[in-house]
Design a protein around this ligand. Sequence first.
Ligand code: NAP
Length: 282
Amino acid sequence: MSITGHAKVAGVMGWPIAHSLSPALHGFWIHELGLDAAYIPMAVRPTDFDEAVRALPRLGFRGANVTIPYKERAFQLSAEVDDAARATGAVNTLVVDGDRVTGRNTDVSGYLASLDEAGTGQLDGRVAVVLGAGGAARGIIFGLLSRGAGEIIVVNRTAGKADALVAFFGARVIADSWDRLDRALSRCDLLVNATSLGMTGQDELQLDLSKLKASASVSDIVYRPLETTLLAQARRRGHKTVEGLGMLLHQARPGFSAWFGVDPVVSPRLRQHLVSMLQGKS
Ligand code: NAP
């Protein structure tokens, strides 16, 4: 569908940006809903990022997504942020409000929506084991706590980063080591891989799931490949699994709705479209 001079415009800023699935995702919704709108990839050099954010209102943009390596800088540049952004120090969605640019972190709600979709979002008093202590892990821990998780055990290669999360989030979050993972797994209701291990081109995540509580669900936020070795192993053992693609799809909804004024739906057709893109078929 062609656009007019009235088109609402948004996009995604990153460096590099060519790998981003966001243009395909938002483009699918724009087409499906027949909107006079455009969503474009913006390869913004690190030296130009601040200026690019400030230029959004002047260029008539409704807002933008922000991806690697700019989520922390976007937080600093936002005139106002939501609770999830404050807790994570990271913004992935910018919304233009008059002359101001405000920031949100929708990775958190996107992750929780992916758990809900898989029927594993009920976390009251539950024990979660989160592998990793990077930006994504921080958001996930915030989200799990907001859903009433009873205890979150953070296991990370660099112990100091797990300790920093414990200090930030307080009593319900504790740190443990990889050597004692079996003990944590035996009490675990939700196991989350929030490291980059298992991603295409990275080292495999080597885990023995034999000690994992039988009723536990397993979630992996890595989405290349769609089903990681961890998820395949968990599925074969009869655990409920949650793929990382769900988080990616759901994090996009609040931005789309703020920029274009329509609530989009994560449908099986959209999922299939993204799966085809990931598999290099379109
Ligand atoms: P990050 O801040 O760079 O953190 C990476 C994490 O992985 C750290 O905890 C790091 O441990 C750990 N790690 C990396 N290599 C490791 C190795 N060889 N052995 C053990 N641990 C290792 O990255 P992030 O932003 O949190 O993202 C993490 C992953 O989530 C990425 O694969 C990203 O693509 C994915 N992600 C998916 C979505 C989605 O929508 N599904 C959204 C955001 C992120 P150290 O602290 O010891 O370095």
